[in-house]
Ligand binder design. Sequence first.
Ligand code: XIL
Length: 369
Amino acid sequence: MRIHVVMMAAAGLGLSAMPALAQATLKDAFKNRLLVGVAVRPHQFTGANATQAALIANQFNSITPENVMKWDALQPRENEFHFEQADRYVDFGTRNGMFTIGHTLVWHSQVPGWLFKDAAGNPVDRETLLARMKKHIQTVVGRYKGRVKGWDVVNEALEEDGTLRQSPWLKIIGEDYLAKAFQFAHEADPAAQLYYNDYGIEGGKKRDGAIALLKKLKAAGVPVTGVGIQDHVSLTWPPATMLDETITAFGQAGLKVMITELDVDVLPARGHNTSADVSRNEAADPALNPYTNGLPANVQEALARRYAELFAVYLKHPGVVTRVTLWGLCDGESWLNDWPIRGRTSHPLLFDRACKPKPAFQALVAPRR
Ligand code: XIL
């Protein structure tokens, strides 16, 4: 550190001119209240992009793998596990003392073609799929035992109306696939936190369905630690009061709440759709891509106010909301540039396309009083 300061002085840079790493940090701003995490990609956790790797280590105390721990990445063919990227991800988290998350064990998306089929291409039976689930969970959770502190065990198991999603998991195994997934994960690492994770559960029927599902699992003794609210939100939905009520309800059900995939979409949308289903794929329209040359100041301010509002809600629930994870570091790499419409210029995160902090970042680290 001393050497660093001396070098800065030698280079004629005053403290105020020091680059990103000397600024206030998200992890300090919420110290002892919330862990602040970020979803990461290989170029970040391998250090191929050293600037972004340093920014992540400086700002955040938790990480989630955006894609490298999904089933298709870890076990693309049966019994053929690929751990290279996941190992480097976990090493990065461990080295930096971060609360390292695993995402995700049981989901219907980003799964390999073989998973639900037999050699002849017909659907497998319940016992076969349960055995595959068990093998995958034991192998993956077992490998990172003690280092991955929390797992999104089941992802997106609910339909919009709050009933169980008609996924191959449900159709082939039946309703108890959720309990089995949590049991297998718990057996593989009894100390790991285990979450049910979903989008659109901030309100309405899907929220009610999530509460009912989680209460049922808990009553049956299933080892669920908490619920992950993805929180892919817009500037207006969900209203703060709705989110607040939902977190209260989850807390009353004895669950911890993690905000697991936060981003705030500022782009116009076709109608009101709160679904973050990755399979959505809509036609492009220039009218729905208005900020290709940067975010106008008034929208930038609205985004900052929205982030401040959301964090104010999270902070109202100490001991219940324990972590908030941003779904990406810098705007240029957000998944919202390509979803639900490909090739848009999206501005949903705290760091801009140059990975410089936005007013939304300032609103969180140095709130106006
Ligand atoms: C997204 C990733 O961000 C994209 O890179 C990938 O192409 C598709 O998946 N809900 C989830 C995440 O649980 O895993 C999804 O991540 C976003 C929605």
